[in-house]
Design a protein around this ligand. Structure first.
Ligand code: ZN
Length: 83
């Protein structure tokens, strides 16, 4: 299922700066000792007393970030809808 959503996979994603190979990864969010994958949330951030930011009812996507093995350039994709 994931391969269809990604439109062909990561193998042909070269660095836009130096054309070197990009390796897949993600930006880790830290909540105390818990590590989480970053998410992209639609709309402006709204403060919430209980959870820090209000994300209820908003569309969220897991952020996949590719890192260039040549120059270290990071490129992020928010393709996987969080359900
Ligand atoms: Zn590069």
């Amino acid at each position: 299922m994931d391969d269809i959503a990604r439109g062909g996979g990561s193998a042909d994603r070269g660095c836009p700066k130096c054309r070197a190979a990009m390796e897949e990864g993600f930006i880790a969010d830290h909540m105390d000792s818990i590590k989480m994958q970053s998410e992209w949330v639609t709309g402006a951030p709204e403060p919430s007393f209980w959870t820090g930011l209000k994300i209820k009812g908003k569309r969220r996507y897991r952020v996949v970030t590719y890192r260039c093995t040549g120059c270290g350039y990071l490129e992020s994709y928010a393709e996987d809808l969080v359900t």
